[in-house]
Design a protein around this ligand. Structure first.
Ligand code: PLP
Length: 734
């Protein structure tokens, strides 16, 4: 694609737009109408993207704010516009409706759809208490509490108005069948987040369904507040239903015509129950519903399948919803029950419904999120093996490339178009280009590292002060040492941050602290380890791993004679992720193969040129390139059924940790003794990995998967990204 970064001609006053659902900000009326018309067009050539979580915090990507800052707009005589400007410049900048990779991927995907002008809308839930906020205490470990946030004050979020009574909010009515034939109607409000393109010339609307109304029934309220609330199976089941059941009423109220529903994981699968019921009613009418045959249900399901595209994200059990038949019969009705019996049956556990199996059965296309994950998914679901294709994940490069790195890319002549076309990094193959970039890049990296180290040292100080005022024991041993012992910039810094699930093995590198310390002492080289991440509040084993990280700090410090410093940074979110992936010198990924289906934090590091040190799992099988972009370690043999176990005694700590200790000395030597070769490895990441592991390329593959008919112009620009890489290359991996 060769659209140059345009100097957008529209004045700030023209970024107000409106329709019968409200007044919005960030794109011109013309752009707003173009997108809305596409989504309501009778041809149905648009996609409804459904995800339990969407991570798109305005603090890491904020094109409207950038525009205000670029034009130095700080206030306005028009009070309505002034309020908007203040909100975008100073409003809260977190939308805590995500738990980790799945949500962040959804957000990144939607941003690329917006950048590429693909007609997509998204649907998720609004969680008034977010996921959860994390406090960490060195004695207790993780302490979780509800997140406080105000959708009303958050830029880019707008509550839809009722077209018939514009003073009031839009109310949608959502049917739930709780054991009766007549539905209970539950009311919800709707928030729209505008996911605006980098050029402000398009957007993807994300609709967040807000069930927390004062008159909501108790069973709705208890499931509405918190993402992945797992206090009971019924809350979990209801939360999934609240997503799945809202889709059709929402599309209906908006007049949206999408013929395709993309299920990002199986969480929203109950939409298919409603679609099948609709088909049956259209054919037989309500009266005959009791008399239909199984074959009629299956025929209706087959028609519904044509509307569904399904992405499976993990081989790990916790990612797949199962509910007992008994529990579910109290929250559905006869036709749903029969449909579930036919299509959600589990071949191994007969008293449960398996919603992943159901999603496998009702769709027109299935994809995994990397090549290796495709092969693993085929093994897990052999009956659907022919259908399962790979579309390897990516990340939104405009979100994840740090400001410092961005500035030096913009100053490199051959990378001038990098904002609109991440494939231009491929031109760094030309030595001339790389040598122009190298010194600037090195300086940007140094600055990003300095920034991260300052952030950590400031945090250590804050924790120390807090200890005097609160009951919290600082999570880091370093807080108790003199400041001269805190972190220094320029020291080799390894980052690790992701959800604390046991299969991710955060503590693998500390499996043998004696051996790790001996390596540092033998080379007489220091390392900082920076760790962050949250464990799901109900995941006790995950919390134990987090606690173990805290417990290892002091031992590592003493045993390595102060050469090894391990810091845990509480409150992992997108902003911290961005600070870490650009400020460290290497990104560590040590899951048990093949349980990390893709992993995306390592791609964010690669976007900043930061090399990965990783197990050959997920995306790294594709991003490794024979040692040019980083290091691999650990088991990489064939994948058998037994490897899918997450049982503690099958997690292969000893073997894989030993393999990591084997490569570590050469990494340290490269960093400290051959900095030019280390820098080359970084530049190789820009050249080899940015063109592939970005969501523009991924979105282009999804457009093909959807079979969307686009205008010729658009087809051409998207085709450019599709030609960069083919996730679904022929044949399978070992
Ligand atoms: C990218 C990201 C993740 C996902 O990281 P993985 O490597 O895929 O586990 C999780 N949380 C946050 C806040 C992120 O930014």
């Amino acid at each position: 694609m060769n659209t140059p970064p345009s100097d957008f001609p529209v004045r700030i006053e023209q970024l107000i737009c409106a329709n019968r659902f409200g007044t919005f900000f960030g794109v011109s009326q013309q752009v707003f109408d173009r997108v809305w018309n596409q989504l309501t067009s009778p041809d149905g050539e648009s996609i409804a993207y459904v995800s339990m979580e969407i991570g798109a915090d305005p603090d890491v990507f904020h094109p409207v704010q950038d525009r205000l800052e670029r034009d130095r707009i700080r206030e306005h005589a028009n009070p309505q516009l002034d309020r908007l400007i203040q909100k975008y410049l100073h409003g809260p900048r977190k939308i805590p409706n995500y738990s980790g990779g799945l949500g962040v991927l959804a957000g990144d995907t939607l941003k690329s759809f917006a950048d590429l002008h693909v007609p997509v809308l998204a649907i998720s839930l609004l969680y008034r208490e977010g996921y959860f906020s994390q406090i960490v205490d060195s004695k207790v470990g993780q302490i979780d509490h509800a997140t406080r946030w105000t959708p009303e004050a958050t830029p880019s979020l707008f509550q839809l108005r009722n077209p018939e009574a514009p003073e009031g909010p839009l109310v949608i009515e959502i049917p739930f069948y709780n054991g009766q034939l007549q539905p209970t109607v539950v009311r919800a409000h709707v928030w729209m987040k505008l996911e605006i393109s980098g050029q402000l010339d398009s957007f993807v609307p994300e609709f967040l369904i807000d069930y927390s109304l004062p008159d909501a029934p108790a069973w709705v309220m208890e499931s509405a507040h918190q993402l992945y609330n797992a206090k009971s199976a019924i809350i979990k089941a209801n939360q999934r239903r609240m997503l799945g059941s809202a889709i059709l009423p929402l599309l209906d109220v908006l007049g949206y015509t999408s013929r395709t529903i993309h299920l990002n994981e199986q969480h929203g699968i109950t939409v298919t129950l409603h679609l099948i019921l609709q088909e049956l009613r259209d054919t037989f009418g309500d009266i005959l519903l009791d008399q239909i045959a199984d074959a009629d249900i299956l025929a209706a399901a087959k028609r519904v399948s044509r509307k569904i595209v399904y992405t499976i994200h993990t081989p790990v059990k916790a990612g797949h919803d199962r509910f007992s038949r008994e529990l579910y019969s109290s929250i559905s009705h006869n036709t749903f029950q029969r449909t579930l019996n036919l299509l959600a049956h589990d071949d191994e556990i007969s008293h449960e419904y398996n919603f992943t199996a159901m999603a496998m059965r009702i769709n027109r296309a299935i994809n995994s999120v990397s090549r290796l994950h495709r092969d693993v998914t085929k093994k897990q679901f052999p009956a659907f093996a022919d259908k399962i294709k790979a579309i390897t994940n990516g990340v939104h490069h405009l979100t994840w490339i740090s400001e410092q790195r961005a500035a030096c890319f913009s100053r490199t002549p051959s990378l001038r178009a990098w904002r609109t076309d991440p494939s231009c990094f491929g031109t760094l193959a030309d030595h001339q280009n790389a040598t122009t970039l190298a010194p600037m890049f090195k300086e940007a990296w140094r600055t990003d590292n300095q920034q991260l180290i300052n952030y950590v040292n400031t945090m250590l100080k804050r924790h120390r002060e807090q200890m005097i005022e609160t009951w919290i024991d600082p999570p880091n041993h370093l807080s108790s040492l003199p400041e001269t012992e805190w972190l220094q910039p320029g020291v080799f810094t390894i980052g690790f941050a992701r959800r604390f699930s046991t299969y991710k093995r955060a503590d693998l590198i500390f499996d043998d602290i004696d051996r790790l310390s001996d390596i540092l002492i033998a080379l007489n080289r220091p390392i900082n380890f920076l760790f962050a991440g949250k464990a799901h509040p109900a995941d006790e084993p995950g919390k134990s791993v987090l606690k173990l990280i805290l417990d290892n700090q002091e031992e590592l410090y003493h045993r390595s004679k102060g050469l090894g410093k391990l810091v845990f940074i509480p409150g992992y979110d997108m902003l911290l992720a961005k600070l870490m992936v650009s400020g460290v010198h290497a990104w560590l990924n040590s899951p048990k193969r093949p349980l990390e289906a893709s992993g995306t934090s390592g791609m964010k590091a690669a976007m900043n040129g930061v090399p990965n040190i990783s197990i050959m799992d997920g995306w790294w099988v594709e991003g490794y390139h024979d040692g040019q972009t980083g290091w691999k370690f650990g088991y990489e043999g064939p994948v058998e059924e037994a490897d899918l176990s997450e049982a503690p005694d099958t997690l292969l700590y000893t073997e894989d940790a030993a393999a990591l200790y084997q490569v570590l000395p050469s990494i340290l030597e490269s960093f400290y003794d051959r900095p030019e070769s280390y820098l080359e490895c970084a530049l190789n990441n820009l050249r080899l990995n940015i063109p592939i592991f970005n969501t523009h390329r991924m979105a282009a593959e999804y457009v093909a998967q959807y079979g969307l008919r686009l205008s010729q112009d658009q087809e051409e620009s998207i085709g450019h990204f599709r030609r960069l890489y083919l996730s679904e290359e022929s044949g399978s991996l070992k």
